[in-house]
Design a protein around this ligand. Structure first.
Ligand code: ZN
Length: 206
């Protein structure tokens, strides 16, 4: 806790001066983020840092494994579903990014079921069960766990993009051409970001 308190003091003494004008404007005018950014709770994945975004730029949703449940299962992932609805219908973001990452603990738990004493995590991960099935059916050639985790993280991003389309607010915005979907992958060891190109059916470096 002491580190957080010290950080707060540093922010107020050293950083606030740089941000004061921006925060005053955001307070006066309200937020108008351009992007809904859905990523993992992992402490190494910081949406604002890796995109060098400013306060007010991103509407960030973090959940375990950046899972987007299909609308039909949204009751199990209400927080994420509510954030998607709010970002698209009320904030009218122009872009939605789903960003998975390397060494994802959630993807590891998906491939190697978590400890039975974590019933909530197990239940949450059942929403990504189709990803596990895809791994079993199409990636049996990958023997190293790290490679399987990367494949699961990438497939999980594609699964999330597919599920985003099942929300009526997103489907309508796509139809109107007012929103674009993006599937990203963040490699922790190199800081690189990759985006999925449907034409090439692969993730390429941004
Ligand atoms: Zn993760």
């Amino acid at each position: 806790m002491q580190r957080l308190i010290e950080g707060i003091h540093r922010f107020q003494l050293q950083e606030w001066g740089h941000y004061e004008g921006l925060f005053h404007r955001l307070s006066r005018e309200g937020q108008k983020p351009h992007t809904l950014f859905i990523t993992c709770c992992d402490s190494r994945v910081l949406a604002e840092l890796i995109t060098q975004s400013q306060p007010g730029d991103l509407f960030v949703v973090k959940n375990v494994g950046n899972i987007v449940p299909p609308a039909s299962q949204a009751a199990d992932g209400q927080s994420t579903a509510a954030a998607i609805e709010f970002a698209v219908s009320s904030l009218q973001v122009s872009d939605i990014v789903v960003c998975g990452h390397s060494q994802c603990g959630a993807m590891t738990a998906l491939l190697q079921p978590p400890h039975p004493q974590m019933p909530y995590l197990s239940r949450w991960l059942t929403m990504a069960a189709p990803v596990k099935k895809i791994l079993e059916e199409n990636y049996s050639h990958l023997t190293e766990l790290d490679d399987r985790i990367i494949a699961a993280a990438e497939e999980n991003v594609l699964f999330a993009l597919e599920n985003l389309r099942s929300y009526s607010s997103v489907a309508e915005a796509l139809l109107q051409g007012t929103v674009r979907l993006h599937g990203w992958f963040f490699k922790i060891s190199s800081g690189e970001l990759f985006t999925y190109l449907p034409q090439q059916q692969q993730f390429v470096r941004i």
